[in-house]
Design a protein around this ligand. Structure first.
Ligand SMILES: *Cc1c(COP(=O)(O)O)cnc(C)c1O
Length: 468
């Protein structure tokens, strides 16, 4: 969320509204809009309030044309009905809503099985508001385990967390909020994510863990989790340092289990202590739900778990929030039940087919070089070829917006700040028909872009909008 401040100069001039809005008003109809930056003096009829809010929201974008976000923008009507039925349920109130709590428990068990926990009944986990909260919890568990093991030196010693520079912003937040040094492996050449060897070299006795990402928000590529674990095994043999790995599977933990069953990235790797995912990304649920799982109770220090009895019962919880909506958890369970493994496989395969075909189409236009091809996450990043001088990726982003498409353009972090890319995130609901329309719109734009005297987008930040 932006950190909001008040209006710079509140405009208190009366604003007219449609006189029909005030039909029921005995004084002859409402012709003046209520104030926007302070509470109105009195109530409005519900129909009027509804119309005012509804009308303003018409100017929000069309989420189906948004190729920037990873977050689910389409669910079946039945999911919507269930969510509406559960909108008053508070997830924390596990005593009043024991069945909702039970569905959460089943989702955790299903994910433990999906992610190959050696003993699914020993795995522990919880729902969260999204991957960001899940990553905070996983990072806190890593930090506390390290602090326990180093009680003789901590406080005093400064803990660090090793990761690629391509991590999602939640890891920078974790490090800032919980006072952990972020040790980041930069990009080099055509390597746009973590290098296992470089990560191992950054580790020392104060390293609480290494984060591996499946897959990177910058280009959709999977980080090599098995190689990362192997590099850390080798480090342990050499130095005795036993560094756990957390896998940030915000997107990929709901893709790889269905499309790459043989890829080793999950609890099959003994060094993987915990995994998170966003139920609201490729888990196919509306925002906001995420999941955090630990291999066993040993990976989650007991003192981080709270039991409160104010609401009756004393179910243990691990969360940053207290109250939280239960509807998304119910919707996650619905989706698991509805699709099963085969259904998820079909949906993710279709989405990936769309991504790979669209990546080929973009490449065939001739002006672009693909960095990724949509064959890991259904996400690809591309840039202009060196001989394109008349326009840049920011121009493409801005001009595609005129056609309603939201495609973010952004620069890469160190050491590839020279590289600016466009990224397309394909999601369930972005059909091959829509992808075809996208490719046609992009192709039609190129002759005009090629005629530009030089790149024209000056205000690069407002032209784009990179969504992690
Ligand atoms: C989206 C994302 C996050 C943050 O997830 P939210 O569910 O939006 O909080 C964290 N890590 C990665 C790799 C992501 O793609």
């Amino acid at each position: 969320m932006p950190l909001h401040t008040g209006p710079e100069k509140p405009d208190e001039r009366p604003r007219a509204v449609n006189p029909f809005y005030g039909e029921a008003n005995p004084v002859g109809g409402m012709t003046e809009a209520p104030p926007q930056h302070r509470l109105p003096d009195g109530p409005l009829p519900p129909a009027t309030a509804y119309q005012l809010v509804h009308d303003e929201l018409m100017l929000d974008g069309n989420s189906r044309l948004n190729l920037a976000t990873f977050v689910t923008t389409w669910m079946e009507p039945q999911a919507g009905v269930l969510m509406a039925e559960c909108r008053d349920k508070n997830m924390i109130d596990k005593d009043e809503y024991p069945r909702t709590a039970e569905l959460e428990r089943r989702c955790v068990a299903m994910l433990a099985d999906l992610w190959n926990a050696p003993d699914p009944s020993a795995a522990v986990g919880c729902s969260t508001t999204g991957s960001s909260e899940a990553c905070m919890l996983a990072g806190m568990a890593l930090k506390r385990r390290w602090a326990q093991a180093n009680a003789d030196r901590y406080p005093g010693a400064r803990p660090n967390l090793v990761m690629g520079i391509n991590v999602q912003v939640c890891w920078e937040k974790f490090c800032t909020f919980w006072e952990v040094e972020a040790r980041q492996v930069p990009m080099e050449g055509d390597r746009f994510h973590l290098d296992p060897q470089a990560a191992a070299e950054l580790c020392d006795e104060n390293t609480i863990g290494v984060v591996g990402i499946l897959g990177s928000t910058f280009d959709g590529s999977y980080e090599p989790i098995a190689e990362l674990c192997a590099a850390l095994d080798e480090l342990q043999q050499r130095t005795g340092l036993d560094i756990p790995v957390h896998v940030d599977g915000a997107s990929g933990a709901m893709v790889a289990p269905f499309l790459e069953e043989d890829l080793l990235w999950d609890f099959r790797l003994p060094r993987v202590a915990s995994i998170n995912t966003s139920g609201h990304k490729y888990g196919l649920v509306y925002p906001g739900v995420g999941w955090a799982l630990w291999r066993s109770a040993a990976e989650l220090p007991e003192e981080l778990v709270f039991r409160v009895n104010y609401l009756g019962g004393d179910m243990p919880t691990f969360a940053l929030n207290f109250s939280r909506p239960g509807a998304q958890v119910v919707a996650q369970y619905y989706t698991f039940l509805r699709l099963g493994r085969e259904g998820y496989r079909a949906v993710q395969q279709t989405t990936r087919d769309v991504a790979m075909r669209l990546a080929d189409r973009v490449e065939a236009l001739g002006d672009f070089r693909l960095l990724t091809r949509g064959d890991q996450l259904p996400v690809f990043a591309f840039t202009t070829t060196p001989d394109v001088k008349a326009y840049d990726v920011f121009d493409v982003s801005r001009r595609m917006r005129e056609r309603g498409w939201l495609v973010p353009a952004y620069t890469f972090p160190a050491n590839r700040q020279d590289l600016s890319v466009l990224r397309v995130v394909c999601r369930n609901g972005f059909s091959s028909d829509l992808a075809e329309l996208f490719a046609e719109d992009l192709g039609r734009l190129l002759p005009e872009l090629r005629r530009q005297p030089h790149p024209l987008t000056h205000d690069k930040d407002s032209a784009t909008g990179f969504h992690h």
